[in-house]
Design a protein around this ligand. Structure first.
Ligand code: HSE
Length: 342
């Protein structure tokens, strides 16, 4: 089956996604019967367009040289926007990888609205539209009978929603607790294990491409809040908005706090938590000193984890998944495969 993709956002995740399509092309065809073609690749200054599918190796070589999509020889269109692409070029699916913006959700919000209302599936790494306009996005997808897949926005390579919705089907999920941000877990691990100063560990996380372009989203706990909000809404059936979630990040965690936790045989982790209380779902984000036998205590470095407490399967914890652009791209690809596997 041919799948015509419009991709918006050619930053690190967008480029990793294109690289993955090249790398996995044979496998996608043989194992899943999918021929994934990018018909438009959009970035800030315009797009590269080919209704028959862009030559991906050429596109990658062009981007690797520092070229912009709108300058791609033979395919570039200056000023061609995501909205225009989604309105004018026949396509089946939008892959949204523009940076998360939780002020007004743009430009991802316009792209996703346009795609969903025109009956195109959406697979997104951008969290803004889901965090700010959860009900609107879900309703649009339902009305158009298309899929809206958000694995890449909910801890990406760590399968939070797949486990919560599929593997735990039929249970009642009572609590979800997670280490949902690789940057902060990396910083806390370096501080705890190596006595590394906070600023140095943050710089390392930025260099690895794990941190957000604006790392205050990570260290102030807001990225974790976005993710636990979406997990609470999807898996625990909540309808929370960001205002419902008290958020504290790791910026106030001192070397003394770390030393004290060590002395108490505990480890400090930034935890996003959602739990059912008296029929309501409450969520919060804060650093917590966990005893060493807690299932999240041993999650180190950029690794993330989610631990669900259920009524009938007891506790189920999953950890791992790459916290980097490749992991995010792989989560986008996984969601696409799941759409076409039904
Ligand atoms: N910056 C995030 C992290 C990845 O550190 O896990 C995107 O959500």
């Amino acid at each position: 089956m041919d799948v015509r993709i419009v991709i918006c956002g050619m930053g690190r995740v967008g480029q990793a996604f294109v690289g993955l399509l090249i790398q996995k092309d044979k496998d996608l065809k043989e194992r899943y019967g999918l021929n994934l073609k990018i018909v438009v690749a959009v970035d800030i200054g315009g797009a590269a367009v080919s209704p028959a599918g862009l030559p991906l190796e050429e596109l990658m070589a062009h981007l690797k040289k520092g070229g912009r999509v709108e300058e791609m020889p033979g395919f570039g269109k200056k000023g061609f926007s995501g909205k225009e692409a989604l309105s004018l070029v026949p396509a089946d699916l939008l892959v949204e990888t523009t940076p998360t913006n939780i002020k007004d959700g743009e430009p991802a919000l316009t792209h996703m609205r346009t795609a969903l209302s025109q009956g195109r599936h959406v697979v997104t790494a951008a969290k803004g539209p889901m965090v700010l306009r959860y009900n609107e996005m879900k309703t649009l997808a339902e009305k158009s009978k298309v899929k809206l897949m958000i694995s890449a926005a909910t801890a990406a390579a760590l399968p939070t929603l797949d486990v919560g919705l599929t593997c735990l089907a039929g249970t009642e999920v009572l609590t979800a607790e997670g280490i949902l941000n690789g940057t902060t877990n990396y910083i806390l691990t370096r501080m705890y294990e190596d006595g590394c100063p906070y600023a140095e560990a943050l710089a390392e996380a930025q260099k690895m491409g794990v941190a957000e372009p604006d790392p205050s989203l990570d260290v102030e706990g807001r990225d974790t809040a976005n993710k636990i909000l979406l997990i609470a809404n999807e898996v625990l059936g909540a309808r929370l908005s960001l205002n419902d979630i008290p958020v504290e990040g790791i910026t106030k965690v001192t070397p003394e706090d770390i030393q004290k936790a060590k002395k108490d045989r505990k480890v400090i982790k930034l935890i996003g938590k959602a739990e059912k209380k008296d029929g309501k779902v409450e969520a919060s984000v804060a650093p917590m000193a966990l005893p060493k036998d807690h299932p999240l205590a041993s999650v180190r470095g950029t690794e993330k984890a989610i631990s669900y407490l259920t009524d009938t399967m007891d506790r189920v914890t999953v950890s791992g998944g790459k916290s980097n652009p490749l992991g995010a791209a792989a989560a986008l690809l996984k969601d696409i495969i799941r759409i076409y596997q039904g």
